[in-house]
Design a protein. Structure first.
Ligand code: NDP
Length: 268
């Protein structure tokens, strides 16, 4: 974690009373909130009233911009550079968010690497890095967040439709890490349920982001992937964020240990 990052200055902004929403008074941390699905989740949680911290790895300018939008909407925001592959950075970001907001109610484990290559292609190095970012980081973030959370806490992780249906060769490593989140989520639900903290997993389907553009001009597989969905279209990041906001809110209070497909029927 780079504590000297200029984007951290956003945490100094005053809390406004405007924009009360269902998550008003709550504080959230979204990993990988500078772009794509994570940025949409950060914006929608803030729109619902939460103060939001977000992590990023490289895109300081984009992360600062998302934090600025959140502040412009009247909530507090904090952007923290924290490589999910670095255990100390992950734990540090969680503690930093809780310290900045004085509490932590919602953790969204969004960061996920998408290595493409068959079992013949990818070895120990890629395995270790992918497992560190996609599995170890969510586990450590949940562990750190649980120390700050009280009754009503929410841990929401972002899995993948590929955990349910691995449709192409070359996805073994990605698929195995996303499947691991199912076991983690069920375990967290049991470990933290007695404290009133829920843990759930959202499996997005193909979602129009830098990692998986819907435009065939930028992604030769886009039309094939679109064809696997029942709805015949990619998700936009907001489609995934809507499910996360639901789970984070009061309506999600009795949902725990669940895996929810928000995949346009990809796995139907
Ligand atoms: P993007 O590539 O669009 O965004 C990735 C985000 O994660 C960025 O904010 C990026 O920060 C951050 N990030 C990447 N690596 C690290 C790291 N090591 N440490 C900290 N932050 C990091 O991804 P998506 O929005 O498409 O994906 C988000 C999640 O959704 C992932 O878990 C992915 O597996 C899952 N998913 C996506 C699908 C899709 O079709 N898009 C389908 C199913 C699941 P920076 O900008 O600094 O690089």
């Amino acid at each position: 974690m780079n504590t000297n990052d200029r984007s951290d200055l956003s945490s100094k902004a005053p809390l406004s009373d405007s924009g009360k929403g269902p998550l008003s008074g709550k504080a959230a941390l979204v990993t990988g909130g500078s772009r794509g699905i994570g940025a949409a989740i950060a914006r929608r949680l803030a729109e619902a009233g939460a103060d939001v911290a977000l992590t990023y790895e490289r895109s300081a300018g984009l992360a600062t911009a998302v934090a600025g939008e959140i502040e412009a909407g009247g909530r507090r925001a904090l952007a923290v550079r924290a490589d999910s592959g670095d255990p100390g950075a992950v734990t540090g970001a969680v503690d930093r968010a809780a310290e900045a907001f004085g509490r932590l109610d919602i953790l969204v484990n969004n960061v996920g690497l998408f290595p493409v290559g068959t079992v013949e292609d990818l070895g120990a190095e890629e395995f270790d890095r992918t497992v560190a970012v996609n599995v170890r980081a969510p586990y450590l973030a949940a562990r750190a967040a649980a120390r700050h959370m009280t009754d009503g806490g929410r841990i929401i992780s972002i899995g993948s439709n590929i955990a349910g249906r691995t449709v192409f060769p070359g996805l073994t490593l990605y698929s195995l890490t996303k499947t691991a989140l199912t076991g983690m989520t069920k375990g967290l639900a049991r470990d933290l349920g007695p404290r009133g903290i829920t843990a759930n997993l959202v499996h997005p389907g193909p979602t129009n982001t830098d990692a998986n553009p819907a435009d065939p001009a930028h992604n030769p597989n886009a039309d094939t992937i679109r064809g696997f969905t029942a709805l015949g279209r990619y998700a936009e990041p907001d489609d995934i964020a809507a499910a996360v906001v639901y789970l984070a809110g009061d309506g999600g209070r009795y949902v725990t240990g669940a895996s929810i497909e928000v995949d346009g029927g990809f796995t139907a």
